[in-house]
Structures are given as C-alpha cells and as structure tokens.
Design a protein around this ligand. Structure first.
Ligand code: ATP
Length: 246
C-alpha cells in the first residue's frame, strides 16, 4: 500500500507554529526566516540539501536551540521565550526526539533505555518497565529487551530509540534522519512501525529525511532551501508559510 493512502484528519490549528525563524552560527546563516506549522497528529517530512538548515529548524521547534529571531509557539506558548526549566520539562513529557544514530545509553538494556524517560518523570520502576515492555512489543523488539545497544542491529536500535521517544505519550516526535543509517529494508520497517505507532497515539511527527521513499510516508512534505521553508505542491498551509516570509 502506498503509505500516503493511510490518511487521517488534520486539524486547522497548529500544534507547533514557527514564524520567521532566524539562526546563525558565526557567519553561517542556518535559518533565514523559516516558517512552518506542525499540525496535531500529522506526519510532516522536511527535506532539503545538506546544510539547508533542516536540523537547526528541528532543534528550534523542539526547544533545543533558541532562534536569534522569529517565534515558535506550542499551543500558544512561546518556546523561543520560555525558561530552560520549562523547555526541559517539555522535552521530557510533551516532545520526543530521535536522531540518526538512536543515541541510546550504551550501558543500559533496551528495556531500561525505554523506561528511563518515565523514571525521570517520576513513574515508579515497575509501571515504567511494564510500559517500556509494551512499547518494545509495539516496535517488534520485545525479544531484544535485555540487550544493550551494542548487541543490537542498527534497525533494532532505532526501533528501541523510537519506543523511548514515544513512551511518555508525547504530542510531537522530532525525528532527524531516523533511518539515515539503515539499509532500505530496515528503513522501511522502522518507518512502518513509526507511522503505525504515531497514528495509534495521534502523535505528530516532524521527520527530517534526504530519502524520497521515506518522505513518502508523510502526510505532507516541505523542503528547505537556504534556510527558508518551501511548500510541497499540494500544500496550502506551506504556501502561507512562504508568503509569511516574504
Ligand atoms: N552547532 C553548529 N555550529 C556551527 N555551525 C553549525 C552548527 N549547526 C549547524 N551549523 C551550520 O548551519 C548550517 C545548517 O546546518 P543544519 O545541520 O541545520 O543543516 P541540515 O540541512 O540539517 O544538514 P544535513 O542534511 O547535512 O544534516 C550548516 O552550514 C552547518 O554547518
């Protein structure tokens, strides 16, 4: 089945709304007025050439990096102005993050890696391990629960990383090339598991990818060029974002 066929309703109101984001690193202008809406429950692919600002945009939306200018609103709350303590609370509860190389804690088993965000938010060990086991099951890696990251394949590790990102029931997951280190079969399997889990829990996914086959899993696709967001051809909200920049 074409992954785009699995449609779902999108709400008119954005979950996260970024307007006119600018961010420079020294003389490098990574973002030059990027605007984007992530709608509740949608899977949005962000593509673009290397160095076009994709990771920087993701970091600004997730409250990891503060933009130099512009705004990021999450349900009306301005993340670009929020205190660090508030941003880390959001990253622990409302947002999940997955990177290209999972970034699991090497000393912990798969189960403990997934249980950790729950333990950090005050869930008791037993319920945390129970929920972690359920999420490993959902991603098809329950059999690897007692393995450490070094003992798993890349695809298994990424499934564990996704389980860890989703275990707290986040409203949004930010995935930066989550299949970038996998072969195409493992990548497709990871994406199928991610899309399924996101649909079930109505979690919005911001997915950065270079790969058109991976982007095809998204409901909507935008591309970045020179630090600004450009809409896909069928994307009215994105067109708005482009106008907004002008
Ligand atoms: N922490 C940093 N320090 C200095 N320069 C940075 C930093 N992060 C990003 N940059 C620069 O900002 C620009 C945009 O980088 P970014 O990682 O956002 O792009 P990208 O589209 O995600 O690239 P890639 O696809 O290669 O990962 C690049 O020129 C990059 O070198």
């Amino acid at each position: 089945m074409n992954p785009r066929d699995e449609q779902h309703p999108t709400a008119a109101t954005a979950l996260i709304s970024a307007r006119g984001l600018k961010k420079s690193y020294g003389r490098t202008e990574a973002l030059r007025g990027a605007s984007l809406d992530l709608r509740p429950g949608e899977i949005l692919a962000v593509t673009g050439a290397s160095g076009s600002g994709k990771s920087t945009l993701l970091h600004c939306l997730a409250g990891i990096v503060r933009p130099d200018a512009g705004s990021v609103a999450y349900g009306g709350e301005r993340l670009d102005q929020a205190a660090e303590t508030r941003l880390s609370a959001l990253r622990r509860g409302d947002f999940g993050v997955v990177f290209q190389f999972g970034q699991l804690i090497p000393e912990l088993t798969a189960l403990d890696n997934v249980a950790l965000p729950l333990l950090l938010s005050g869930t008791g060990r037993r319920p945390a391990e129970h929920q972690a086991g359920e999420w490993l099951e959902r991603f098809g890696v329950r059999g690897q629960a007692d393995l450490r990251p070094g003992e798993m394949s890349g695809g298994q590790g990424q499934r564990v990383a996704l389980a860890r990102a989703l275990v707290t029931g986040p409203r949004a997951v930010f995935a930066d090339e989550p299949t970038g280190a996998l072969d195409s079969l493992a990548g497709e399997q990871v994406m199928t598991a991610l899309v399924h889990a996101a649909r079930e829990s109505a979690t919005a996914i911001l997915l950065i990818t270079h790969d058109a086959q991976i982007a095809a899993y998204a409901d909507r696709e935008v591309w970045l060029r020179d630090g600004a967001v450009h809409a896909g051809s069928d994307d009215a909200a994105g067109q708005e974002a482009v106008r907004h920049e002008g």
